[in-house]
Design a protein around this ligand. Structure first.
Ligand code: NAD
Length: 335
């Protein structure tokens, strides 16, 4: 089976490739434009494996996208390439629209143009986010797959748009597709622009740990390996078009998460003062969503899937990983 992954040098894409390489009889093609967010280090040693290949391709280039799909003829495409950082989307939305919307359009068009030459079981797995649903109040029920799309940031609007394109290309042109909407991920190899690696790095380098607003925003945290395995499961669907929420049912406020990290570091690497003293409240993000959390029971029911990691255990493994790889995190932060 041939599997094409877009954005496979990123945080989640590289985790997915590491998981897929544990499965036999797969030929994997990773395409990525090698942006600031790419981390070839996360796949070190894999580049020599016979069943793994990499091509530097920007998905906004329709010619290159068409060429790789027509020659590689994948059975499955896992589409993860995206501009992914909300703060960057607020500062400069255009790249987000280009990659997340037009890039997805280019892939869908390339699939449409080559559909008759692709394997009969071809399926497109579109990796999206729970942020397309907008924000939940504290007492509201979790988002389900049929919840209305109400994106609030340029990032989530661009992802919501791409979800709608995937739906339309399924209904109009018959491209068999799964859309996944996943909650926040954590784990090794995440870019230190994101909350968890940034908190660990700033603590260990004795810099302020910035917290937006009052830190009361709530996210549901899923370990990246659990996300990768959920994607592999949903790619086995026999449905023509289906959506799955992916989450861990482990909600936590940002401030509690940061305190959890500081308390663990205080135990493991005590300094002259507590890491908690480094926490600094900063002006809130524009349009900051209060709470995201998804109901993932459809995924649990259809695939008997449950995440392996409990947040408290997963966070400790993750902190230990960043301690061991502090030089890498620091080098990524200065890039
Ligand atoms: P990331 O920023 O770590 O990695 C994205 C990868 O895509 C990078 O390697 C980058 O070089 C590549 N890329 C960007 N633009 C490209 C282009 N034009 N052409 C080719 N490659 C390009 O992101 P991530 O956290 O791994 O997220 C992967 C996907 O999962 C995204 O689609 C994101 O929306 C979705 N997602 C992420 C989270 C999360 O918590 N990180 C949660 C839910 C969904």
């Amino acid at each position: 089976m041939r599997i094409l992954i877009t954005g496979g040098l990123g945080f989640i894409g590289s985790a997915l490739i590491r998981e897929l390489l544990n499965h036999a009889n797969l030929e994997i093609m990773n395409i990525d434009k090698c942006s600031y967010a790419s981390m070839p280090e996360a796949l070190e040693g894999k580049e020599n494996q016979e069943n793994y290949k990499f091509e530097k391709i920007d998905i906004t280039n329709s010619h290159d996208v068409n060429k790789i799909i027509s020659t590689f003829k994948p059975n499955k495409i896992f589409h993860l390439a995206a501009e992914s950082h909300v703060d960057r989307s607020i500062d400069g939305p255009e790249d987000f629209l280009q990659t997340n919307i037009m890039g997805t359009f280019n892939i869908l068009e390339a699939v449409r143009n080559n559909l008759s030459n692709l394997p009969a079981d071809f399926i497109f797995i579109h990796v999206s986010t729970d942020e397309v649903y907008g924000s939940l109040q504290m007492d509201e029920p979790l988002f389900v797959e049929s919840s209305e799309y109400k994106p609030n940031s340029p990032y989530s609007a661009s992802k919501a748009s791409s979800d709608l394109l995937v739906r339309a290309w399924n209904k109009t042109y018959g491209i068999r597709s799964v859309i996944t909407n996943c909650s926040n991920n954590y784990g090794p190899w995440q870019n230190p622009e994101k909350l968890i690696p940034k908190t660990i790095m700033n603590a260990l380098t004795e810099n302020h740990i910035p917290i937006y607003g009052k830190g009361i925003n709530i996210r549901d945290w899923l370990h990246v390996t659990d996300h990768a395995n959920a994607l592999i499961e949903v790619s086995k669907t026999t449905q023509n078009f289906i959506k799955y929420n992916i989450g861990a049912n482990q909600e936590m406020t940002n401030i509690d998460l940061v305190k959890l990290i500081c308390n663990y570091l205080d135990e493991k690497m005590p300094g002259s003062s507590s890491y908690l003293d480094l926490i600094t409240y900063v002006e809130d993000r524009l349009g900051h969503d209060l709470r995201y959390a998804v109901n993932a029971s459809k995924l649990a029911f259809d695939f008997n899937y449950q995440p392996n990691f409990l947040l408290t255990e997963g966070i400790i493994n993750t902190i230990d990983w960043y301690i061991d790889n502090l030089e890498w995190v620091k080098s990524k932060a200065t890039n």
